[in-house]
Design a protein around this ligand. Structure first.
Ligand SMILES: *[C@@H]1O[C@H](CO)[C@@H](O)[C@H](O)[C@H]1NC(C)=O
Ligand SMILES: *[C@@H]1O[C@H](CO)[C@@H](O)[C@H](O)[C@H]1NC(C)=O
Length: 311
């Protein structure tokens, strides 16, 4: 009797295991596999495409390229897109709203996404979030979705069962990885999560942000850019933790991000203090996204590990 039971049990296990292959390490930590996507803090890169080591380029917000940022542990890539010469480019415009020519052109969105896909293919146990801004309201089905399709990212993108999703309703990182749907895409404008581009999700009904273009190094917390029916507490949230300096103190001035401040701004103390100041708006929860300039400077990854309780 017993040997038979044993054989049956082993057979069942052997048959079940290929389909029941479960991720045991998620985004570098076993502890994160059972945590909801809405209950994890991710390290984010502000204006991720705007990288150069040349300090003369004032419009830069990063020093290292996308693969290097991802290698440092960045798992949220933020970027702003505009049409240029008939193609969607990531570029930075500051106060000149409609063209890429003035400041920084990071190339086409499609080429950028191809680099992201290379990382995803090499790192199957990683969940990655993309938050892009679409100030010109460029078409989702005609322009944005084809860029994702051509880069091969569409099949990896998570489509929520309904929108808006509460922070607590998101699947766990383990579920996202096991299902192969481990890229979460948000757009600040023009997305409704419907139709053929349904994986491109509207940001503000599900995520609020702290104010941007902050020039106060103490980062007082305030809820900004929130939308939709979900309560503040049911939203995820992002701390926009980059300090700007005004290099032209007349009129509206010109705000630029200053790498000189980055070792302090991107230090554990400054990031954790900012997060603690925001917890009052989130039932005590840590931020979901910590968005930094100069991700290669300071201790962004370490601060995020502390906020996740995995340091
Ligand atoms: C996740 O949940 C824990 C326990 O409630 C909490 O301490 C932490 O701040 C949460 N993190 C996020 C990003 O929600
Ligand atoms: C804050 O985040 C938004 C992205 O969602 C971005 O448009 C803005 O430039 C950010 N500002 C700073 C100063 O980081």
């Amino acid at each position: 009797m017993l040997p038979w039971l044993f054989i049956v049990a082993s057979l069942t296990l052997a048959l079940a295991s290929p389909s029941a292959k479960r991720a045991t390490v998620c985004n570098g930590h076993a502890e994160l596999c059972d945590r909801s996507f809405g209950n994890v803090t991710f390290f984010g890169s502000h204006d991720s495409f705007a990288f150069t080591t040349d300090p003369i380029v004032l419009a830069r917000d990063q020093e290292v390229d996308i693969p290097t940022q991802l290698g440092l542990g960045v798992r949220l890539l933020q970027a702003q897109a505009h049409m240029r010469n008939g193609a969607l480019h990531f570029c930075h415009t500051s106060t000149y709203p409609s063209h890429c020519r003035i400041l920084f052109d990071g190339g086409t969105v499609e080429n950028y996404l191809k680099k992201v896909k290379t990382f995803l293919d090499a790192n199957p146990n990683e969940v990655l979030t993309l938050i892009f801004t679409n100030p010109e309201g460029v078409s989702i089905p005609n322009i944005w979705k084809p860029a994702f399709d051509n880069a091969g990212i569409t099949p990896l993108a998570f489509v929520p069962p309904s929108i808006p999703m509460k922070a607590s309703d998101w699947p766990t990182l383990g579920q996202l990885i096991d299902s192969g749907k481990r890229v979460v895409v948000f757009l600040d404008a023009g997305a409704d999560g419907q139709g053929s581009g349904n994986f491109i999700l509207p940001e503000f009904p599900m995520i609020w942000e702290t104010p941007f273009s902050q020039t106060d190094a103490s980062f007082p917390c305030r809820v900004d850019r929130i939308q939709g029916p979900l309560s503040t507490q049911d939203h995820m949230y992002m701390i926009n933790h980059s300090l700007n300096v005004n290099i032209l103190p007349i009129g509206d001035g010109v705000l630029v991000s200053d790498p000189v401040d980055a070792p302090v701004t991107n230090g554990v103390t400054s990031i954790v203090n900012h997060a603690n100041g925001c917890a009052q708006f989130a039932a005590g929860r840590a931020p979901n996204f910590v968005l930094l300039d100069y991700v290669n400077i300071g201790q962004g990854k370490q601060a995020v590990d502390i906020l996740n309780g995995v340091a």
